[in-house]
Structure formats: structure tokens, C-alpha cells
Design a protein around this ligand. Structure first.
Ligand SMILES: Nc1ncnc2c1ncn2[C@@H]1O[C@H](COP(=O)(O)OP(=O)(O)OP(=O)(O)O)[C@@H](O)[C@H]1O
Length: 346
């Protein structure tokens, strides 16, 4: 049986005086699901997140948590907790006091609070730091405390606004893994905002790609990667070659290379193909004629840059296979997978 809907955003519109914002956003998040809002700076991710948290009043639409509208509740009355990029810990309080604060307001007993704080600190791997102040902790540790504080509120939906973007790459990876673990232990429902596609691909049950205040696609990371719904998504996620082609009733032409045209498009198209889906053979083959420009060895694989009449193209090959290629060599290229988009759709 499918998990029940925990968060439902219906037709959310928020326009700032500048005309920017989001328009008609609708999305559901199931209980226990980790959904990432992904998109370039300014696409409206934070606007959606803040509306759910109650920090922003939308112009229209509804936000329901576990079936009840929360639109008229202030942030502290909503069953949500938010983790910010900037941690937002109280610098004059100890870690223990930072964590206990929300529970004291809820009038829990001292023993209950101690037990809950202990548990939360173990979960974020920081036992023994109770007496420290935030300033005595590293950035990663402070963010772990901020996550623990949010967890202690037992939110129906946990909101995270680029929580790891101030940290270095290694630490960011570690914290992502930890968050994923915590999420699956605690069966939390999470809405996570990021502009980092790698973060979204590695962390999410589902990714919602946003562009200019609208949703472009909502699907699993694998599906977003394999079957981008638009040229924008194809461009935004992963490495992608974009080649100019022409579609007619016989197929799609990239010079002499003929591709099938399953969507029966007509006129100018862009053929999107991932570097790992490009195959090569000797130049007498029926594929796209190309000349090797550069072979770059990157660990156990190689990135080959090729020149074609349809544009520059990149191909990934295992290192041993790349040894057969060198600059100036003529080859014929075929694609094991590709997707074509009408040129006007961008
Ligand atoms: N208070 C505001 N007043 C006016 N315009 C705003 C305000 N807040 C956001 N905007 C604009 O609305 C659009 C969406 O902003 P939002 O912060 O939701 O985007 P975002 O995708 O989260 O971007 P970022 O990754 O940079 O935070 C942007 O063009 C932004 O400049």
C-alpha cells in the first residue's frame, strides 16, 4: 500500500513586487519520503520551503500537512522544523541548552528532556558535547546540532534549506550520508532544497526540478537522469551533449547518421546524449563522422573530446579502450541511448 500523503501543496502562488516568485506549484510528499527541490538560483525553491514553514505568506493556494491546512498558523504552531544554511544556533547557550530549549517550552520534565537530548546527540554522532558552546564546534558539528534540534521537535515535515552548502565537499558528503541514515531510522518526511545536482541525485527518493517559478519534472533520481522531460532538465542534470539535428518522417538526421524518431517530431531538433552512451568505431561505420580532439585520462576512465559537424561532443570510455584513440584520428560515432527535443521547447 502506498504511504499516505504527509505534505500537500496545492496551486501555490507567491509573487514578489519585482514580479519574481512561484506560480501554481502543486506537489505531494508521502510520509517518510525525502524530496529535493532542485533548480538554479532564483527558481523559487526557497519561496516554496518558506511558505511551508510559515515564514512567507503565499498569495494563493493551500498547504496541508497530514490532511489539515496549516496556512493560517504561525511558524511555531506548524508541525514543521527548519534547518538553515547558517545553523542559527544561539551562541550564548551551550549545546545542551540549545537542544533543550524547544522541549522546555513544551513543558517536558527534566528527565524527559535529558533523555531526548542524549538520544538526539547520539543520532548525530556528537555525544559528549553538551557543555560546549556553538563557537567551540566546527561548522559540520554546528550543523549536526542544528539537525538534532530540529529532530527533537519531532516535526511532521522536516524542512532543510541548503543545510550543507557552507561546508567543504568531504564533510558535505559525510553529512548527506548521515542525514539519509537518520531519515530512514526515524522515517522522517523531508523537503530538502539545493541547487547542487549531485547532492539531489545522491540523497533523494524523488527530485522536483524547478525553473523560473515552475516545476519542470518530478521523478526519481534515476528517471530524471535517464529520461529528462525537457531540454532544461537535460541540460541541468549531469553531463549532456547537445547536438543540432533535423527531424522528418524518415527519422532524425545528424548529417549522415540516422536516428529513429519515436516522437515523430518535425523540423529542427536538439539531440541530447550522455557521454557514457556514445560508442565509437572505425570511420567507415554508418554513424556520425568525428575527429578526436583530445584524450584526457581521469583515473580509471577517460574523457574524449570529439569534433563533429553537429557540434563538439564528449565521450566517456574505460581507460584501456581510450588507449586506442589519439588526437586527429577519424572515427564514426553511434549512440546507445539519446533523447530528442524540439528546438522551440527551450
Ligand atoms: N523578499 C523578496 N523580495 C523580492 N524578490 C524576492 C524576494 N525573495 C525572493 N525573491 C525573488 O524571487 C525569486 C525566487 O527566489 P527564491 O529565493 O525562492 O529562489 P531560490 O531558487 O531559492 O534561489 P537561491 O538558490 O538563490 O536561494 C528570485 O528571483 C528572487 O530574487
Amino acid at each position: 500500500m502506498a504511504a499516505p500523503i504527509q505534505l500537500s501543496i496545492q496551486n501555490l502562488t507567491k509573487r514578489y513586487k519585482t514580479g519574481d516568485g512561484v506560480s501554481g506549484i502543486s506537489l505531494d510528499i508521502a510520509r517518510g519520503e525525502l524530496v529535493t527541490l532542485l533548480g538554479p538560483s532564483g527558481c523559487g525553491k526557497t519561496t516554496v520551503l518558506r511558505s511551508v514553514g510559515g515564514f512567507l505568506e503565499p498569495d494563493s493556494g493551500d498547504i496541508q500537512i497530514a490532511g489539515k491546512s496549516v496556512l493560517h498558523l504561525p511558524p511555531e504552531k506548524r508541525p514543521t522544523a527548519m534547518v538553515f544554511q547558517s545553523y542559527n544556533l544561539w551562541p550564548h547557550m551551550t549545546v545542551y541548552e540549545n537542544l533543550a530549549f524547544g522541549l522546555k517550552i513544551r513543558k517536558q520534565s527534566k528527565e524527559q528532556i535529558r533523555e531526548a537530548v542524549d538520544r538526539a546527540l547520539r543520532l548525530v554522532r556528537l555525544p559528549g558535547t553538551e557543555k560546549k558552546r556553538p563557537g567551540e564546534l566546527s561548522g559540520g558539528q554546528q550543523q549536526r546540532v542544528a539537525v538534532a534540534r530540529a529532530l527533537l521537535l519531532e516535526p511532521a515535515v522536516l524542512l532543510l534549506d541548503e543545510p550543507f552548502s557552507a561546508l567543504d565537499a568531504k564533510l558535505r558528503n559525510e553529512l548527506r550520508e548521515e542525514l539519509r541514515e537518520i531519515q530512514s531510522i526515524a522515517k522522517l518526511t523531508m523537503m530538502f532544497v539545493t541547487h547542487d545536482q549531485e547532492e539531489a541525485l545522491s540523497l533523494s527518493d524523488r527530485i522536483i526540478v524547478m525553473n523560473r517559478g515552475n516545476i519542470e519534472q518530478s521523478a526519481s533520481p534515476q528517471h530524471i537522469y535517464d529520461a529528462p522531460a525537457s531540454l532544461f532538465v537535460a541540460n541541468f542534470i549531469g553531463r549532456m551533449n547537445m547536438l543540432d539535428g533535423m527531424a522528418d518522417e524518415e527519422g532524425i538526421r545528424l548529417n549522415r547518421y540516422r536516428l529513429a524518431n519515436p516522437e515523430e517530431m518535425r523540423g529542427e531538433v536538439v539531440v541530447a546524449v550522455r557521454p557514457e552512451d556514445v560508442k565509437w568505431e572505425d570511420p567507415s561505420g554508418p554513424g556520425l563522422a568525428a575527429t578526436v580532439k583530445q584524450v584526457m585520462i581521469l583515473g580509471h576512465y577517460a574523457e574524449i573530446t570529439l569534433l563533429t559537424e553537429s557540434g563538439v561532443l564528449r565521450m566517456f570510455l574505460p581507460r584501456e579502450e581510450a588507449g586506442q584513440l589519439s588526437g586527429g584520428q577519424a572515427v564514426s560515432l553511434t549512440f546507445s541511448k539519446y533523447k530528442a527535443f524540439a528546438k522551440t521547447s527551450h
